[in-house]
Design a protein around this ligand. Sequence first.
Ligand code: AMP
Length: 421
Amino acid sequence: MPFSHFGLKPEILRAIQKAGYTRPTPVQAAAIPKVMQGNDVIAIAQTGTGKTAAFVLPMLDRISKAGGERDIKALILAPTRELAVQIMENIRNYGQSLPIRVAAIFGGVEEEAQIKALRKGVHIVVATPGRLIDLGARQKLDFSQLEVLVLDEADRMLHMGFLPDIEKIVSNLPKRRQTLMFSATLSKEVESLARRFLYQPKMVQVGKRSNPAETVNQCVYEVPAHLKGALLLELVRQPSYKRVLVFTRMKDGADRLTNFLKLAQIKVAKLHSSRSQEQRLKALQDFKDGVIQVLVATDIVARGIDIDGVTHVVNYDFPVNPEDYIHRIGRTGRAEAQGDAISLVPKQDLNLLGILEFAIGQRLDRKRLRGFDYHAPIPAPLPGEKAPRQDWRKRTREANARKQAKPADSAPRNAAKKRRA
Ligand code: AMP
């Protein structure tokens, strides 16, 4: 079904054409007609499937027909600031020819600009739940004219502990409204949220539950932990690794890896929750613009963030649970483009790999990089880096070597021991 069959306003169709979309993605084809009919909808769709447009396009259509007052007509709740900004950009893009105003409300930056935007009057608010409650309490946000509520990445919001905030926010919204819920997975908690906040919802489910996007080639490099950095470096030096998103488990791991790659002259930036909002947005922008080749991130960006043309996602640290894996690798192979997801798995993480393979019902390809020395010794620590384990190993190796070099030393002692016994 082409976009023109949905009954969207010509201004919206023009924006879609400008974006270069020739046909709706499966989640759009399934969800848009149901949303246009005014139904509550729960859509189970992974990021990268075009789900944002699936709710933004019909929402813009509805709001632009609703009249010119600058009342808040729609509220979109999203788990992270990055996702909120991205949704806002999508709304501005798809609604570029419509007189619709949108504001994003999220923590980590000065409130002033956000308050100013709200005072001028907006039709759509995109917000993370925490900051919305903070601001709403003081600014008395008026949601009395609200028509549409969207809960985006609902599973993620629940996972992040936003349920009490969501409950508080929804309790202040008009009961008669259209509620749309998007989630990558359909867990019991998501179902329960849907039962409480949605009215006779229509269900849209695209693809298999919890399965990685089919456009992603997945493989595993089994590699000793101390050689993960060296292997990653060899990989990103290959010409096909144009835009590489690397995930680490911890912030300090992201810091160390970024320094390591920087020293090797790789254009790299890092993105994690200890970075300021400005630093995070700049890193994302540089990555989008191709100023940097590698972005090292913790799971903060694993969900929802839309970066076009990510050629490779690398699990430098293997994710602890399958859901995170699915979301991480969903950052590549978006909207029909092919992408690669690579996991560097040391022995101690093979159990996690086994759990993942069981969960997705698929054994991932094992690969080896030709010419790479998988038996190389532990490299010297980076400048300024503490390496107690490496020192310990080095000392043990040296002590063993000394022992082997002087076998005569130990013989008389052993002989004496034996004699005493
Ligand atoms: P999302 O799942 O909403 O994060 O969207 C993933 C990517 O798909 C974004 O880069 C969108 O611009 C793109 N996209 C959305 N709808 C379409 C479409 N119908 N055709 C091609 N690309 C699309």
